[in-house]
Design a protein around this ligand. Structure first.
Ligand code: AHR
Length: 481
C-alpha cells in the first residue's frame, strides 16, 4: 500500500495550542504534582517542582488551563490571593471533599506559567460566581494602570500585569457548572463575557463553555445566539471503553477493551466533524476555534487511592489514544485551535505521575514528545488507503517533514510505503513499541515504555517503506531536499 504525501501544497497550520494541557485543583495534580511549596525538600523554584517543570518544558507545553474543570465553577479567586496564612479555606466538593487551603492561587499560577514559558488559559466561574467577581479577576490579572484591582495586585507583590491570552467563561455549564439549559447559558455567556474587558494591549481570546460529547443542540444554540461574541467554543469528550458507569481498569483489561478504547478515541473524528458542521453554518470562515479543552482516557481510579482523586496508571493503550486523537486534531486543524488533555500530573490521562520526590513519565508523555515538531507546522496531506488499525499524520516546517505513524493492531505488523512529491532524506526515526498491551512505567520501572530508535524501514529513491510493529507510535523526521 503506497501513500502519496503532498509536500508542495501546504495544508493548514497545526496550532501549537492543540498540544495544550489542563491542571485542575483535583487530587494530586496541583498540590504535590506541580506545586510543593517553597519549604518542601523536593527541589523547587518558588514552590514549583523543578523535575515536573523541566519535563513539561521538554515537550514544549504551549498553554495551561487552570483552575478547572468543575473546580473552576466553585472557585472564588479572592480566596487565593494575599498572605497564605490568611487565605480562606474551602471544601473541594467535587473532588474527594478535601479541604482546599488556597495556597496555590492566581500569583502561583502565573509563576508556574512563567517557569513553563507557556500561555495562560484561566477558566472563570459562571456557575457560582458573580459577573463582578469575574470582571475584577480579569482586571486584577491584566490591568497595567491605576485601578482598585491593579493596586490590590501590587499590594500582593506583583507590579506588572500578567499576560493572559485565553479566558474561559464557565465550565461544563450543562452539568457541574450550574446545570443550565443551552438557551439559559447562551444568555449568561453573553452577559458575563461583556465584562471580560480588555485592559491591556492584547485582546483576550474568549472561550464559551461548549458541549458534552454529542450534544449538538448545545453547539447549535451557542453558535446561533452568541457566535459573534466568542473566539472559541469548547468541547469535552472522554474515552471510557464501557461507558461512564463502568469505566474499567487502566491496566487490567482485555483485547476487546483495547479495541473498544481505540475505536472510542477515533470517535473524536465524528464529534469534531459534526460540531464543526454546525459551527460552519454560523462561521464559515472558521474564525471561531473549536477548543477541545478536556479530552483523554478516564478509567476507574487505581485501587487503594481516593476515588475522587481520579489517579490512574497510563499504558501503551493510552499512548494509542493520544496518537489517534492528535492525528484527528491535525486533520481538523482549520477548526480545532486548541486542545487540553486531562490532566497534566497524577489525574486521568496524565503526562507525569509523582510519588513524593519520585517522578515518572507516562507513555502519553512520550507521544507528546514524539509529536512536538508538529506544533505550528503545516499539515501535509496524504492520499491512499491504510490498513484498518493504522493512522498517520504528517506536517512540514521549513525544509523539515515530520511523519508520525500509529499501528494499534495487537498482533499484525503493517507494511506501509510513503511516496513524496519531492526528494527527502530520513534524519531520524524514533518511537514507542509496546511489548504487552498493558505495558506501563512505574517508579521502580520508569522506562518500560520509552522512546527508542526505530530501524525497521528502508528508504529508496521512490518511497519510504516501513514495517510498523503492533502497538507502536513512530515518528520520522525527514529533510526535504
Ligand atoms: O477532568 C475532570 C473533570 O471532568 C473536570 O473537572 C470536568 O470539567 C469534567 O467533567
Amino acid at each position: 500500500m503506497t501513500i502519496q504525501l503532498v509536500t508542495k501544497k501546504a495544508g493548514p497550520a497545526i496550532s501549537k495550542y492543540i498540544y495544550g494541557h489542563f491542571a485542575e485543583h483535583l487530587g494530586r495534580c496541583i498540590y504535590e504534582g506541580l506545586y510543593v511549596g517553597k519549604d518542601s525538600e523536593i527541589p523547587n523554584v518558588n514552590g514549583m517542582r523543578t523535575d515536573v517543570v523541566e519535563a513539561l518544558k521538554n515537550i514544549k507545553i504551549p498553554v495551561l488551563r487552570w483552575p478547572g474543570g468543575c473546580f473552576a465553577d466553585e472557585y472564588h479567586w479572592k480566596d487565593g490571593i494575599g498572605a497564605k496564612e490568611n487565605r480562606k479555606m474551602m471544601v473541594n466538593t467535587h473532588w474527594g471533599g478535601v479541604t482546599e487551603d488556597n495556597s496555590f492561587g492566581t500569583h502561583e499560577f502565573f509563576e508556574l506559567v512563567r517557569q513553563l514559558g507557556c500561555e495562560a488559559y484561566v477558566n472563570g466561574n459562571v456557575g457560582s460566581g458573580t459577573v463582578q467577581e469575574m470582571q475584577e479577576w480579569v482586571e486584577y490579572i491584566t490591568m497595567g494602570g491605576i485601578s482598585p484591582m491593579a493596586e490590590e495586585r501590587r499590594k500582593n507583590g506583583q507590579e506588572e500585569p500578567w499576560k493572559m491570552k485565553f479566558f474561559g467563561v464557565g465550565n461544563e455549564n450543562w452539568g457541574c457548572g450550574g446545570n443550565m439549559r443551552a438557551e439559559y447559558y447562551a444568555d449568561e455567556y453573553r452577559r458575563y463575557q461583556t465584562y471580560v474587558r480588555q485592559y491591556g494591549d492584547e485582546k483576550i481570546y474568549k472561550i464559551a463553555g461548549g458541549a458534552n460529547v454529542d450534544d449538538y443542540h448545545w453547539t447549535e444554540t451557542l453558535m446561533k445566539n452568541a457566535h459573534w461574541m466568542m473566539d472559541g467554543l469548547s468541547l469535552h469528550y472522554y474515552v471510557h471503553p464501557h461507558g461512564w458507569e463502568e469505566k474499567g481498569s487502566a491496566t487490567d483489561f482485555t483485547e476487546e477493551d483495547w479495541y473498544l478504547t481505540c475505536d472510542k478515541a477515533a470517535y473524536m473524528d465524528e464529534l469534531v466533524t459534526r460540531h464543526g458542521t454546525i459551527m460552519d453554518k454560523y462561521d464559515p470562515e472558521k474564525r471561531i476555534g473549536m477548543i477541545v479543552d478536556e479530552w483523554g482516557t478516564w478509567f476507574t481510579a487505581e485501587p487503594g487511592t481516593n476515588p475522587g482523586f481520579l489517579y490512574q496508571q497510563n499504558t501503551i493503550r493510552d499512548a494509542m489514544v493520544a496518537a489517534i486523537t492528535l492525528n484527528i486534531f491535525h486533520k481538523h486543524a482549520d477548526r480545532v485551535h486548541m486542545a487540553n488533555i486531562a490532566q497534566t500530573v497524577n489525574v486521568l490521562q496524565a503526562m507525569i505521575l509523582t510519588d513524593g520526590a519520585k517522578m515518572v513519565k507516562t507513555p502519553s508523555y512520550h507521544v507528546f514528545d514524539l509529536y512536538k515538531d508538529h506544533q505550528d507546522a503545516n499539515r501535509v496531506d496524504g492520499f491512499g488507503d491504510m490498513p484498518e488499525h493504522v493512522t498517520y499524520t504528517a506536517s512540514q516546517k521549513d525544509n523539515s517533514l515530520t511523519l508520525s505513524l500509529t499501528n494499534f493492531d495487537l498482533k499484525e505488523t503493517a507494511e506501509l510505503a510513503f511516496a513524496l512529491d519531492q526528494g527527502a532524506k530520513v534524519v531520524s526515526a524514533r518511537g514507542l513499541v509496546g511489548t504487552e498491551m498493558n505495558a506501563y512505567n512505574d517508579f521502580d520501572h520508569p522506562e518500560t515504555v520509552t522512546i527508542q530508535e526505530f530501524a525497521d524501514f528502508k528508504q529508496t529513491a521512490e518511497s519510504l517503506q516501513v514495517s510498523l510493529p503492533p502497538m507502536s507510535v513512530i515518528t520520522f523526521k525527514l529533510e526535504l531536499v
